[in-house]
Design a protein around this ligand. Structure first.
Ligand code: HMG
Length: 383
Protein backbone atom coordinates (compact mmCIF):
# COMPACT_ATOMS: atom_id res chain seq x y z
CA UNK A 1 0.00 0.00 0.00
CA UNK A 2 1.28 3.46 -0.88
CA UNK A 3 1.74 6.16 1.72
CA UNK A 4 -1.41 7.92 3.01
CA UNK A 5 -1.47 11.20 4.88
CA UNK A 6 -1.82 14.96 4.77
CA UNK A 7 -1.55 16.27 1.25
CA UNK A 8 -2.29 19.89 2.15
CA UNK A 9 -3.15 21.84 5.30
CA UNK A 10 -4.49 25.33 5.98
CA UNK A 11 -5.30 27.13 9.22
CA UNK A 12 -7.66 30.01 9.99
CA UNK A 13 -8.66 31.87 13.10
CA UNK A 14 -11.25 34.39 14.28
CA UNK A 15 -11.63 38.09 13.46
CA UNK A 16 -10.83 39.58 16.88
CA UNK A 17 -7.94 39.29 19.33
CA UNK A 18 -7.63 40.07 23.04
CA UNK A 19 -4.26 40.76 24.62
CA UNK A 20 -4.07 38.70 27.82
CA UNK A 21 -2.38 41.59 29.67
CA UNK A 22 -5.78 43.35 29.52
CA UNK A 23 -7.46 40.30 31.05
CA UNK A 24 -4.75 40.03 33.70
CA UNK A 25 -5.23 43.70 34.67
CA UNK A 26 -9.01 43.24 34.88
CA UNK A 27 -8.63 40.12 37.03
CA UNK A 28 -5.88 41.68 39.17
CA UNK A 29 -3.48 38.89 38.21
CA UNK A 30 0.25 39.23 37.49
CA UNK A 31 0.48 39.22 33.64
CA UNK A 32 3.42 36.79 33.98
CA UNK A 33 0.95 34.16 35.17
CA UNK A 34 -0.61 34.07 31.71
CA UNK A 35 2.53 34.70 29.64
CA UNK A 36 4.84 32.34 31.58
CA UNK A 37 2.56 30.28 33.84
CA UNK A 38 0.19 29.29 31.00
CA UNK A 39 2.44 30.25 28.07
CA UNK A 40 -0.18 32.38 26.34
CA UNK A 41 0.09 35.97 25.02
CA UNK A 42 -3.17 36.65 23.20
CA UNK A 43 -6.38 34.87 22.30
CA UNK A 44 -8.59 34.89 19.23
CA UNK A 45 -12.21 35.90 19.81
CA UNK A 46 -14.90 35.29 17.18
CA UNK A 47 -16.96 38.18 15.84
CA UNK A 48 -20.75 37.85 16.25
CA UNK A 49 -21.00 36.53 12.68
CA UNK A 50 -18.34 33.85 13.12
CA UNK A 51 -18.51 30.33 14.52
CA UNK A 52 -16.99 26.87 14.00
CA UNK A 53 -18.67 26.60 10.57
CA UNK A 54 -17.40 29.92 9.19
CA UNK A 55 -13.82 29.41 10.44
CA UNK A 56 -13.72 25.83 9.17
CA UNK A 57 -15.10 26.77 5.76
CA UNK A 58 -12.65 29.69 5.50
CA UNK A 59 -9.67 27.38 6.17
CA UNK A 60 -10.98 24.82 3.67
CA UNK A 61 -11.71 27.39 0.95
CA UNK A 62 -8.07 28.52 0.95
CA UNK A 63 -6.90 24.91 0.76
CA UNK A 64 -9.31 23.97 -2.04
CA UNK A 65 -8.11 26.92 -4.14
CA UNK A 66 -4.80 25.04 -4.34
CA UNK A 67 -5.97 21.43 -4.54
CA UNK A 68 -9.29 21.66 -6.39
CA UNK A 69 -12.13 19.35 -5.41
CA UNK A 70 -11.56 16.41 -7.78
CA UNK A 71 -11.78 13.06 -6.04
CA UNK A 72 -13.12 14.42 -2.73
CA UNK A 73 -15.60 11.80 -1.57
CA UNK A 74 -15.94 12.72 2.10
CA UNK A 75 -16.01 15.83 4.29
CA UNK A 76 -15.41 15.00 7.94
CA UNK A 77 -16.02 17.95 10.27
CA UNK A 78 -14.63 17.61 13.79
CA UNK A 79 -15.91 20.03 16.42
CA UNK A 80 -17.10 20.26 20.01
CA UNK A 81 -18.65 23.68 19.45
CA UNK A 82 -21.10 22.40 16.86
CA UNK A 83 -24.05 24.62 15.98
CA UNK A 84 -26.80 21.98 15.88
CA UNK A 85 -27.54 18.74 17.72
CA UNK A 86 -28.64 16.99 14.53
CA UNK A 87 -27.31 18.60 11.35
CA UNK A 88 -23.57 18.25 10.81
CA UNK A 89 -21.56 21.48 10.65
CA UNK A 90 -19.94 19.94 7.58
CA UNK A 91 -23.20 20.15 5.63
CA UNK A 92 -23.18 23.95 5.89
CA UNK A 93 -19.49 23.96 4.93
CA UNK A 94 -20.19 21.63 2.01
CA UNK A 95 -22.51 24.21 0.43
CA UNK A 96 -20.30 27.19 1.19
CA UNK A 97 -17.37 25.39 -0.46
CA UNK A 98 -19.37 24.45 -3.55
CA UNK A 99 -18.61 20.74 -3.21
CA UNK A 100 -20.56 18.35 -5.44
CA UNK A 101 -23.44 16.30 -3.95
CA UNK A 102 -21.50 13.04 -4.26
CA UNK A 103 -19.72 13.56 -0.93
CA UNK A 104 -20.15 11.70 2.39
CA UNK A 105 -20.49 14.42 5.06
CA UNK A 106 -20.55 13.92 8.82
CA UNK A 107 -19.56 15.53 12.12
CA UNK A 108 -17.27 13.83 14.65
CA UNK A 109 -17.14 14.62 18.35
CA UNK A 110 -14.96 13.56 21.28
CA UNK A 111 -13.75 16.81 22.82
CA UNK A 112 -10.37 17.86 21.40
CA UNK A 113 -9.69 14.33 20.15
CA UNK A 114 -12.35 14.75 17.40
CA UNK A 115 -9.83 16.13 14.88
CA UNK A 116 -7.69 13.01 15.21
CA UNK A 117 -10.76 10.77 14.98
CA UNK A 118 -11.56 12.53 11.68
CA UNK A 119 -7.99 12.25 10.39
CA UNK A 120 -7.74 8.52 11.16
CA UNK A 121 -11.20 7.86 9.68
CA UNK A 122 -10.12 9.71 6.55
CA UNK A 123 -6.99 7.56 6.30
CA UNK A 124 -9.16 4.44 6.58
CA UNK A 125 -11.43 5.65 3.77
CA UNK A 126 -8.46 6.38 1.50
CA UNK A 127 -6.92 2.98 2.32
CA UNK A 128 -10.16 1.39 1.09
CA UNK A 129 -10.33 3.50 -2.09
CA UNK A 130 -6.90 4.99 -2.82
CA UNK A 131 -8.19 7.30 -5.57
CA UNK A 132 -10.52 9.04 -3.11
CA UNK A 133 -9.51 12.16 -1.24
CA UNK A 134 -11.05 13.25 2.07
CA UNK A 135 -11.46 16.79 3.34
CA UNK A 136 -11.00 16.95 7.11
CA UNK A 137 -12.00 20.13 8.93
CA UNK A 138 -11.31 20.62 12.65
CA UNK A 139 -12.80 23.85 13.99
CA UNK A 140 -13.71 25.15 17.41
CA UNK A 141 -14.48 28.12 19.58
CA UNK A 142 -13.00 27.46 23.04
CA UNK A 143 -15.22 29.45 25.36
CA UNK A 144 -15.11 29.28 29.16
CA UNK A 145 -17.16 31.14 31.78
CA UNK A 146 -16.11 34.74 32.41
CA UNK A 147 -13.79 35.03 35.42
CA UNK A 148 -13.21 31.24 35.54
CA UNK A 149 -9.70 29.67 35.65
CA UNK A 150 -10.14 28.53 32.03
CA UNK A 151 -10.93 32.06 30.73
CA UNK A 152 -7.31 32.96 29.80
CA UNK A 153 -7.01 29.72 27.82
CA UNK A 154 -9.90 30.56 25.48
CA UNK A 155 -9.32 30.86 21.76
CA UNK A 156 -10.72 29.97 18.36
CA UNK A 157 -9.35 28.40 15.22
CA UNK A 158 -9.76 25.90 12.42
CA UNK A 159 -7.56 23.63 10.35
CA UNK A 160 -8.49 22.05 7.03
CA UNK A 161 -6.52 19.04 5.79
CA UNK A 162 -6.77 17.14 2.56
CA UNK A 163 -6.05 13.45 3.15
CA UNK A 164 -4.89 11.39 0.19
CA UNK A 165 -2.62 8.62 -1.03
CA UNK A 166 0.91 9.74 -1.90
CA UNK A 167 0.56 12.96 0.16
CA UNK A 168 2.76 16.01 -0.46
CA UNK A 169 3.28 17.03 3.18
CA UNK A 170 3.17 14.28 5.82
CA UNK A 171 2.76 10.51 5.57
CA UNK A 172 0.88 9.25 8.63
CA UNK A 173 2.41 5.98 9.81
CA UNK A 174 0.13 3.03 10.59
CA UNK A 175 0.99 2.45 14.26
CA UNK A 176 -1.11 4.30 16.82
CA UNK A 177 -1.08 4.14 20.61
CA UNK A 178 -4.57 4.52 22.08
CA UNK A 179 -6.09 5.23 25.47
CA UNK A 180 -9.71 5.70 26.52
CA UNK A 181 -10.72 6.34 30.15
CA UNK A 182 -14.05 7.58 31.51
CA UNK A 183 -12.94 10.74 33.39
CA UNK A 184 -15.04 13.76 34.41
CA UNK A 185 -12.35 16.39 33.81
CA UNK A 186 -14.10 18.61 31.25
CA UNK A 187 -17.50 18.28 29.60
CA UNK A 188 -20.33 20.47 28.33
CA UNK A 189 -23.86 19.36 29.24
CA UNK A 190 -26.60 20.01 26.66
CA UNK A 191 -28.07 22.94 28.61
CA UNK A 192 -24.80 24.86 28.94
CA UNK A 193 -22.87 27.21 26.64
CA UNK A 194 -19.63 26.78 28.56
CA UNK A 195 -17.94 23.63 29.87
CA UNK A 196 -17.87 22.25 33.38
CA UNK A 197 -14.17 21.92 34.20
CA UNK A 198 -12.09 20.32 36.91
CA UNK A 199 -8.86 21.99 35.82
CA UNK A 200 -6.44 20.16 38.13
CA UNK A 201 -7.95 16.78 37.27
CA UNK A 202 -7.79 17.63 33.56
CA UNK A 203 -4.04 18.27 33.73
CA UNK A 204 -3.45 14.94 35.50
CA UNK A 205 -5.82 13.08 33.18
CA UNK A 206 -4.00 14.50 30.14
CA UNK A 207 -0.58 13.43 31.46
CA UNK A 208 -1.80 9.94 32.44
CA UNK A 209 -3.36 9.54 28.99
CA UNK A 210 -0.05 10.51 27.37
CA UNK A 211 1.95 7.75 29.08
CA UNK A 212 -0.84 5.23 28.56
CA UNK A 213 -1.08 5.98 24.81
CA UNK A 214 2.72 6.03 24.53
CA UNK A 215 3.03 2.58 26.14
CA UNK A 216 0.45 1.19 23.71
CA UNK A 217 2.27 2.86 20.81
CA UNK A 218 5.53 1.15 21.79
CA UNK A 219 3.87 -2.20 22.50
CA UNK A 220 2.52 -2.16 18.95
CA UNK A 221 5.90 -1.51 17.36
CA UNK A 222 5.83 2.29 17.18
CA UNK A 223 9.16 4.08 16.73
CA UNK A 224 11.51 4.34 19.68
CA UNK A 225 11.59 7.84 21.15
CA UNK A 226 15.13 8.36 19.82
CA UNK A 227 13.76 7.95 16.26
CA UNK A 228 11.25 10.80 16.67
CA UNK A 229 12.70 14.15 15.59
CA UNK A 230 9.96 16.60 16.62
CA UNK A 231 6.89 16.41 18.86
CA UNK A 232 3.55 18.19 18.76
CA UNK A 233 1.37 17.63 21.81
CA UNK A 234 -2.23 18.83 22.15
CA UNK A 235 -2.09 22.45 23.30
CA UNK A 236 -4.97 23.73 25.48
CA UNK A 237 -2.28 26.29 26.41
CA UNK A 238 1.37 25.98 25.48
CA UNK A 239 2.60 25.29 29.02
CA UNK A 240 0.50 22.08 28.95
CA UNK A 241 2.47 20.86 25.92
CA UNK A 242 5.69 21.63 27.81
CA UNK A 243 4.44 19.60 30.78
CA UNK A 244 3.55 16.76 28.40
CA UNK A 245 6.97 16.80 26.81
CA UNK A 246 8.70 16.78 30.20
CA UNK A 247 6.50 13.86 31.29
CA UNK A 248 7.35 11.89 28.15
CA UNK A 249 11.07 12.54 28.70
CA UNK A 250 10.76 11.32 32.29
CA UNK A 251 8.67 8.28 31.28
CA UNK A 252 11.03 7.20 28.50
CA UNK A 253 14.25 8.31 30.19
CA UNK A 254 15.23 9.95 26.90
CA UNK A 255 16.97 13.29 26.45
CA UNK A 256 14.23 14.88 24.37
CA UNK A 257 14.72 18.60 24.92
CA UNK A 258 12.14 21.39 24.74
CA UNK A 259 13.74 22.49 21.44
CA UNK A 260 11.88 19.59 19.79
CA UNK A 261 8.47 21.19 20.47
CA UNK A 262 9.25 24.94 20.21
CA UNK A 263 8.22 25.71 16.61
CA UNK A 264 4.91 23.91 17.10
CA UNK A 265 3.93 26.24 19.97
CA UNK A 266 4.38 29.62 18.30
CA UNK A 267 0.91 30.12 16.80
CA UNK A 268 -0.98 28.75 19.79
CA UNK A 269 0.54 31.40 22.08
CA UNK A 270 -1.25 33.98 19.93
CA UNK A 271 -4.51 32.12 19.29
CA UNK A 272 -5.34 30.14 22.44
CA UNK A 273 -7.09 26.80 22.62
CA UNK A 274 -8.92 25.72 19.49
CA UNK A 275 -9.88 22.27 20.84
CA UNK A 276 -10.08 19.87 17.84
CA UNK A 277 -7.90 22.15 15.71
CA UNK A 278 -5.24 22.79 18.35
CA UNK A 279 -2.93 19.83 17.61
CA UNK A 280 -3.10 20.53 13.87
CA UNK A 281 -2.51 24.27 14.32
CA UNK A 282 0.62 23.11 16.14
CA UNK A 283 1.59 20.87 13.23
CA UNK A 284 1.01 23.73 10.79
CA UNK A 285 3.06 26.08 12.97
CA UNK A 286 5.95 23.56 12.94
CA UNK A 287 5.82 22.83 9.19
CA UNK A 288 5.79 26.57 8.39
CA UNK A 289 8.69 27.47 10.67
CA UNK A 290 11.12 24.59 10.28
CA UNK A 291 12.34 23.91 6.76
CA UNK A 292 14.73 21.09 7.75
CA UNK A 293 12.10 18.42 8.29
CA UNK A 294 12.14 16.43 5.03
CA UNK A 295 12.34 12.72 5.90
CA UNK A 296 12.04 13.48 9.63
CA UNK A 297 9.51 11.84 11.96
CA UNK A 298 7.03 13.91 13.98
CA UNK A 299 5.33 12.46 17.07
CA UNK A 300 1.76 13.70 17.56
CA UNK A 301 -0.17 13.41 20.81
CA UNK A 302 -3.90 14.05 20.69
CA UNK A 303 -5.92 14.38 23.92
CA UNK A 304 -9.66 14.94 24.24
CA UNK A 305 -11.12 15.35 27.71
CA UNK A 306 -13.49 12.75 28.91
CA UNK A 307 -11.14 11.10 27.72
CA UNK A 308 -9.70 9.66 24.50
CA UNK A 309 -6.12 10.03 23.39
CA UNK A 310 -3.78 8.81 20.67
CA UNK A 311 -0.05 8.95 20.05
CA UNK A 312 0.96 8.51 16.42
CA UNK A 313 3.68 9.59 14.03
CA UNK A 314 4.07 11.16 10.62
CA UNK A 315 7.06 11.33 8.30
CA UNK A 316 7.57 14.61 6.47
CA UNK A 317 7.77 14.38 2.68
CA UNK A 318 10.43 16.04 0.51
CA UNK A 319 9.18 19.28 -1.02
CA UNK A 320 6.93 20.12 1.95
CA UNK A 321 8.82 23.35 2.75
CA UNK A 322 8.25 24.83 -0.72
CA UNK A 323 4.59 23.81 -0.57
CA UNK A 324 4.12 25.45 2.85
CA UNK A 325 5.89 28.62 1.70
CA UNK A 326 3.80 28.85 -1.46
CA UNK A 327 0.60 28.34 0.54
CA UNK A 328 1.35 31.17 2.99
CA UNK A 329 -0.15 31.30 6.46
CA UNK A 330 -2.42 33.24 8.77
CA UNK A 331 -1.68 36.91 9.36
CA UNK A 332 -2.24 36.97 13.10
CA UNK A 333 -1.45 40.70 13.25
CA UNK A 334 -4.43 41.40 10.98
CA UNK A 335 -6.93 40.51 13.73
CA UNK A 336 -9.00 43.39 15.12
CA UNK A 337 -8.03 44.07 18.76
CA UNK A 338 -10.73 44.23 21.44
CA UNK A 339 -10.66 46.21 24.64
CA UNK A 340 -11.79 44.46 27.79
CA UNK A 341 -15.33 45.88 27.82
CA UNK A 342 -15.91 44.93 24.18
CA UNK A 343 -14.58 41.43 24.83
CA UNK A 344 -16.85 40.91 27.84
CA UNK A 345 -19.88 42.22 25.96
CA UNK A 346 -19.14 39.92 23.04
CA UNK A 347 -18.68 36.96 25.38
CA UNK A 348 -21.96 37.65 27.14
CA UNK A 349 -23.90 37.86 23.87
CA UNK A 350 -22.40 34.84 22.12
CA UNK A 351 -24.41 31.95 23.55
CA UNK A 352 -26.46 29.52 21.47
CA UNK A 353 -29.75 30.80 20.03
CA UNK A 354 -32.38 29.53 17.63
CA UNK A 355 -34.89 32.42 17.45
CA UNK A 356 -34.93 34.44 14.26
CA UNK A 357 -32.46 37.33 14.31
CA UNK A 358 -30.00 38.98 11.93
CA UNK A 359 -26.32 39.03 12.94
CA UNK A 360 -24.25 42.23 12.72
CA UNK A 361 -21.87 42.26 9.76
CA UNK A 362 -18.34 42.28 11.25
CA UNK A 363 -16.02 39.55 9.98
CA UNK A 364 -13.83 40.05 6.92
CA UNK A 365 -13.33 36.28 6.50
CA UNK A 366 -14.70 34.65 3.32
CA UNK A 367 -17.86 33.36 5.07
CA UNK A 368 -20.18 34.65 7.75
CA UNK A 369 -23.10 33.52 9.89
CA UNK A 370 -25.89 35.84 8.75
CA UNK A 371 -28.35 34.90 11.48
CA UNK A 372 -31.37 32.66 12.05
CA UNK A 373 -34.29 32.77 9.61
CA UNK A 374 -37.28 30.43 9.95
CA UNK A 375 -35.34 28.90 12.87
CA UNK A 376 -32.59 27.75 10.46
CA UNK A 377 -29.02 29.01 10.52
CA UNK A 378 -28.05 31.02 7.46
CA UNK A 379 -24.45 31.17 6.21
CA UNK A 380 -23.22 33.28 3.32
CA UNK A 381 -20.09 34.44 1.54
CA UNK A 382 -18.94 37.91 2.58
CA UNK A 383 -17.78 38.95 -0.90
P1 HMG B 1 -4.91 28.25 37.32
O1 HMG B 1 -5.87 28.52 38.41
O2 HMG B 1 -4.47 29.41 36.50
O3 HMG B 1 -3.67 27.40 37.87
O4 HMG B 1 -5.55 27.21 36.37
P2 HMG B 1 -2.36 27.82 38.66
O5 HMG B 1 -2.66 28.78 39.73
O6 HMG B 1 -1.75 26.50 39.02
O7 HMG B 1 -1.39 28.58 37.62
C1 HMG B 1 -1.02 28.04 36.42
C2 HMG B 1 0.51 28.12 36.27
O8 HMG B 1 0.91 29.49 36.34
C3 HMG B 1 1.28 27.39 37.36
O9 HMG B 1 2.40 26.79 36.74
C4 HMG B 1 1.75 28.51 38.27
O10 HMG B 1 2.92 28.20 39.00
C5 HMG B 1 2.01 29.59 37.25
P3 HMG B 1 2.57 25.19 36.76
O11 HMG B 1 2.60 24.77 38.18
O12 HMG B 1 1.36 24.63 36.06
O13 HMG B 1 3.84 24.95 36.02
N1 HMG B 1 2.03 30.96 37.80
C6 HMG B 1 2.93 31.90 37.45
N2 HMG B 1 3.97 31.86 36.60
C7 HMG B 1 4.70 33.00 36.44
N3 HMG B 1 4.45 34.14 37.12
C8 HMG B 1 3.42 34.24 37.98
C9 HMG B 1 2.61 33.06 38.18
N4 HMG B 1 1.52 32.78 38.93
C10 HMG B 1 1.19 31.48 38.69
N5 HMG B 1 3.16 35.37 38.63
C11 HMG B 1 -5.79 25.60 34.65
C12 HMG B 1 -4.82 26.52 35.37
C13 HMG B 1 -5.07 24.86 33.57
C14 HMG B 1 -6.35 24.59 35.66
C15 HMG B 1 -6.93 26.47 34.08
O14 HMG B 1 -6.41 27.35 33.11
C16 HMG B 1 -8.04 25.66 33.45
O15 HMG B 1 -8.96 25.18 34.11
N6 HMG B 1 -8.00 25.51 32.08
C17 HMG B 1 -8.98 24.75 31.33
C18 HMG B 1 -8.72 23.25 31.37
C19 HMG B 1 -7.43 22.88 30.64
O16 HMG B 1 -6.96 23.58 29.77
N7 HMG B 1 -6.87 21.70 30.99
C20 HMG B 1 -5.70 21.19 30.31
C21 HMG B 1 -5.69 19.66 30.17
S1 HMG B 1 -7.27 19.05 29.55
C22 HMG B 1 -7.20 19.34 27.83
O17 HMG B 1 -6.18 19.65 27.29
C23 HMG B 1 -8.48 19.21 27.09
C24 HMG B 1 -9.13 20.52 26.66
O18 HMG B 1 -8.45 21.05 25.55
C25 HMG B 1 -10.62 20.30 26.35
C26 HMG B 1 -11.01 19.23 25.35
O19 HMG B 1 -10.44 18.16 25.26
O20 HMG B 1 -12.04 19.47 24.69
C27 HMG B 1 -9.08 21.58 27.76
Amino acid sequence: MSAIGIHDIHAATAHHVLDLDLLAAHRDVDPAKYRLGLGQDRMSVPAPDEDAVTMGASAAAALLRRTGTDGIRALLFATESGVDQSKAAGVYAHRLLGLPPQVRTAELKQACYGGTAALQTAIGLVARNPDDRVLVIASDVARYALDSPGEPTQGAGAVAMLVSADPALVEIEPVSGLSTADVDDFWRPNDRDVPVVDGRLSVDAYLDALTSAWDDFRARGGADVSRIDRFVHHQPYTKMARKAHARLAEHTGAGIGADLIEDGLADNRQIGNSYTASLYLGLCSLLRRDDSLAGKRIGLFSYGSGSVSEFFTGVVRPGYADAMRAAGGMDLDARAPLDLDAYRALHASSGARSDDAETPRVTTAPFRFAGVRGRARVYEATA
